[in-house]
Write a protein that binds this ligand. Structure first.
Ligand code: NAD
Ligand code: UDP
Ligand code: UDP
Length: 324
């Protein structure tokens, strides 16, 4: 444990994949963590190991409604993140991004608290610039099926910067690129979880389109480290800053790697490509390297190994309980 002053820190979306890892990290540094989550995509399973900790508190609450609590810092992560989940109720997704941000910004303003926003590489849409740096304004369809998330997150960034300019709020905006690791949802349709679960079941690996589209995958531990560093920068640094792993892989390469690492007998099955699926995505992380002195250290193989292990145990325990 670092020798830090115990701060009261609010993590919205703290029962989700990234949020639960962030709660772990903040508690390990000696902070007092308030996890606010409506458990829409998050689960108590992700945080059950924290429930007995007196410095951890779970509050079931929807951030689209006002929240009156007393904290020193805020991490705003609440929002469904996978296409299946954010498209299930797109109006609620936009509300969570926009009304949720307004409420958390209003809270931060009243408390004069530093506030972190989990933005996304999706603000770049289907990018025409490659790799994407923070100065690129993006190529987003405003009326497509991904728009509730992309435009919601873009509007949230606008709100963060307007509260900063208008009310001198201390903001930190991070544009997160594809991240994976333990506690991803097994059924949320994201590529890493899908491929691993399919491979562990020896089922076909569903590659959408040709599989030549690319993504850059960051391991969750590396990402959480960047959040902490971002929050520790001085108030002159607002971001937006790209956070992700610049190592780019095609989806087909990922499929082959997962098959190999799980020793699966699965074969690749090609399916149609979803609408507005970005062709290429790779972060330019020069700004993060320079300002946060940060870069990912976990290789795809190392990260996949831990994630495969996690899903392996999850599947064994869920299959065990089904047979009971
Ligand atoms: P997740 O779905 O696991 O976590 C989101 C959490 O927010 C869940 O616990 C959910 O229950 C909660 N939530 C949703 N709507 C809410 C609401 N209205 N009120 C209160 N809680 C609500 O997703 P994640 O991958 O952990 O993503 C966390 C954040 O990071 C999101 O804001 C997402 O947009 C952003 N992000 C994630 C990735 C990634 O690769 N995982 C990439 C870019 C951005
Ligand atoms: N808000 C909140 N908690 C607070 C302070 C404000 O949830 O501690 C919400 C409140 O619902 C408000 C929103 O944040 O609508 C924006 O607050 P702000 O002070 O910026 O605007 P105003 O209250 O003037 O609408
Ligand atoms: N994808 C795929 N098979 C799957 C799930 C996803 O080929 O079973 C592809 C998807 O079309 C996209 C990429 O993998 O090109 C990443 O998808 P994901 O939903 O994980 O993230 P995002 O599209 O939001 O970057």
């Amino acid at each position: 444990m670092k020798n830090t002053i115990r701060k009261k820190i609010l993590v919205t979306g703290g029962a989700g994949f990234l949020g639960s890892h962030l709660c772990d990290r903040l508690l390990s540094e000696g902070h007092d963590v308030l996890c606010v989550d409506n458990l829409y995509t998050g689960t108590k399973d992700n945080i059950k190991h924290l429930i007995a900790n007196p410095f951890f508190e779970l509050m079931r609450h929807d951030v689209t409604t006002p929240l009156y609590v007393e904290v020193d810092e805020i991490y705003n992560l609440a929002c469904p993140a996978s296409p299946i989940h954010y498209q299930y109720d797109p109006v609620q997704t936009t509300k969570t991004c926009v009304h949720g941000s307004i409420n958390m910004l209003g809270l931060a303003k009243r408390l004069n608290a530093r506030i972190f926003q989990a933005s996304t590489s999706e603000v770049y849409g289907d990018p025409k610039a490659h790799p994407q740096s923070e100065t690129y304004w993006g190529h987003v369809n405003p009326i497509g099926s991904r728009s509730c998330y992309d435009e919601g997150k873009r509007c949230a960034e606008t709100l963060f910067f307007d509260y900063h300019r208008q009310h001198d709020l201390d903001i930190k905006v991070a544009r997160i690129f594809n991240t994976y690791g333990p506690r991803m949802h097994p059924n949320d349709g994201r590529v890493v979880s899908n491929f691993i679960v399919q491979a562990l079941h020896n089922q076909p690996i569903t590659v959408y389109g040709s599989g030549n589209q690319t993504r850059s995958f960051c391991y969750v531990g590396d990402l959480i480290e960047s959040f902490i560093r971002m929050m520790e920068t001085d108030s002159g640094f607002t971001g937006p800053v790209n956070l992700g792993n610049p190592q780019e892989f095609s989806i087909l390469e990922l499929a082959e790697k997962v098959i190999e690492m799980t020793g699966s007998s699965s074969r690749v099955e090609f399916k149609s490509l979803p609408q507005d699926d970005p062709v290429q995505r790779q972060p330019d992380i020069s700004l993060a390297r320079n300002t946060l002195d940060w870069e990912p250290v976990t290789t795809l193989e190392q990260g996949l190994e831990k994630t495969i292990q996690y899903f392996h145990e999850l599947l064994i325990s869920s299959e065990g309980s089904e047979s009971v």
